[in-house]
Ligand binder design. Structure first.
Ligand code: NAD
Length: 456
């Protein structure tokens, strides 16, 4: 079935429809109209899947997709046009151009934590670039997955864009096929499986993965604002955000004041009993709930620490000084648990951060520009912020992606279009001049060519 679907997309791609820019623009418009029409259904599906609030659904999923679609619709004609680049003098006379060529058949595998946005945004970029798409949403958010299938079936013909629902079995079958591009968002472990499958066919890939994102707070930071911005970035989506701050490294002189500020901000955001707050999400499934609940065992939960297995609720929790060998400091947390480790001198920061693979994000809170810059320059990470969390995601002019273990490649804005396009370089040589210097026999030409090369 998978191979038949892929074959039908190959046949369709050959008709050239998807290369027609007016067609691309029209289908993106059709998609946007349908998505706007069904906004309430999207909000409902996300709420059913993990009690995501309507506000967060609009802010972190729907608005992101809508503005992405607007950008694509506005710019696709411009982006798809061949671009002239300055020719090399060595090739004189020539006209040099870059053609953005669709790869062909693309596969997009999406995660569950932003199940709408992380599926539709790369899919729209692939369509804008002129590809066909098979989208595999996450099985852990079944309501959103079913809705995505329904919407895509309404807007697209299956030989152009198709949604295949299912879990590992479906993903595995998809990865056995030979695709022209694979775009994967998910965990590091599965990212390695995807990379291995792609390598078999030398398929180019983007891997949007995760990591253990450090958040450094130095003694000069504005504590109230720092606490407020960390509470927002960490407990948004109940901490199930790939770029959420994972753990805090704080100067010991301000730790106690910071805890007080955190407590105030958590209560302000979610009340003194966050289980009653409409704005606080639940953990996506039992497996993840149990994984997270285990992290609380034998730890000093200085704030929160309440759990409810039935509703998969874990309160916004702050753990004071966990050991580096503890469960919570092993891997990416991906839940509403915030470990805090204090430092006296900066060598401890270095020792802890370098214990882990390169993270997807890093945050530093400091009012000293030179200190903040030093941190940014010292560590390798996908992207991040000074004096805030998460918001670098919102600028479509900034590439979004990891480095090393946290990912391969990046997207957002025009880069999303480029990600799904092969940049084909073409030199059109003029025939009115043909300098004999480059042609054999080379005898007597070396001196001359050296002079020209120096001059160039
Ligand atoms: P996951 O890797 O478990 O699943 C992602 C997708 O891969 C799902 O569609 C799933 O069905 C599929 N999959 C799972 N196991 C598979 C296997 N063995 N073979 C083939 N496919 C398989 O990730 P998740 O739990 O959905 O998402 C959480 C992870 O994703 C976190 O690590 C998070 O940091 C990361 N993430 C990264 C970004 C980013 O933009 N960099 C965004 C969101 C999430």
């Amino acid at each position: 079935m998978v191979s038949e679907l892929l074959q039908s997309q190959k046949n369709y791609f050959k008709t050239g429809d998807t290369k027609n820019v007016a067609f691309r623009k029209q289908v993106l418009k059709n998609l946007k109209t349908e998505l706007i029409k069904r906004e309430n259904e999207i909000i409902e599906a996300l709420a059913k899947d993990f009690r995501k609030s309507a506000y967060e659904s609009v802010l972190t999923e729907i608005a992101v997709v809508n503005s992405d679609l607007d950008l694509m619709i506005k710019n696709v004609s411009k982006w798809a046009k061949p671009k002239r680049v300055t020719p090399a003098l060595l090739n004189f006379p020539s006209t040099d151009k870059l053609y953005s060529e669709p790869y062909g058949q693309t596969l997009i595998i999406a995660p569950w934590n932003y199940p709408y946005q992380l599926a539709i945004a790369p899919m729209a970029a692939s369509i804008a670039a002129g590809n066909t798409v098979v989208l595999k949403p996450s099985e852990l958010t079944p309501n959103t997955s079913a809705l995505l299938k329904n919407i895509i079936d309404v807007v697209f013909s299956p030989e152009h864009v198709s949604v295949l629902e299912g879990g590992v079995d479906v993903s595995t079958k998809l990865l056995e096929q030979c695709w022209d591009y694979i775009f994967f968002t998910g965990s590091v472990n599965v990212g390695k499986i995807v990379a291995k499958a792609a390598a078999k066919h030398l398929t180019p890939i983007t891997l949007e993965l995760g990591g253990k994102n450090p958040c450094i707070i130095d003694e000069t930071a504005n504590i109230e604002l720092t606490a407020k911005r960390i509470v927002w970035g960490k407990f948004l989506n109940a901490g199930q955000t790939c770029i959420a701050p994972d753990y805090i490294l704080i100067h010991e002189s301000i730790k106690e004041t910071f805890y007080k500020a955190l407590q105030i901000e958590i209560e302000k955001a979610y009340s003194s009993n966050p289980s009653t707050s409409e704005d606080f999400c639940r953990i996506v499934n039992d497996k993840n709930f149990l994984r997270l609940a285990k992290m609380l065992d034998n730890e000093n939960c200085i704030i929160g620490g309440q759990t409810n297995a039935e509703t998969r609720y874990i309160s916004p929790t702050v753990i004071d000084e966990p050991s580096l060998d503890s469960e919570v400091m092993k891997d990416e947390i991906f839940g509403p648990i915030l470990p805090v480790i204090s430092y006296k001198d900066e060598t401890k920061i270095e020792a802890i951060i370098s214990k882990y693979e390169k993270p997807l994000s890093l945050y530093v809170f400091s009012t000293s520009s030179s200190k903040a810059r030093k941190v940014i320059e010292n560590y390798s990470f996908g992207g991040g912020c000074i004096n805030d969390t998460v918001i670098h995601f919102a600028n479509h002019r900034l590439p979004f992606g990891g480095v090393g273990n946290s990912g391969l490649g990046a997207y957002h804005g025009k880069l999303s279009f480029n990600t799904f396009s092969h940049q084909k370089a073409v030199v059109k040589k003029g025939n009115w001049l043909d300098l004999p210097l480059r042609y054999a026999p080379y005898k007597g030409k070396l001196k001359k060519v050296k002079k020209i090369l120096k001059w160039l």
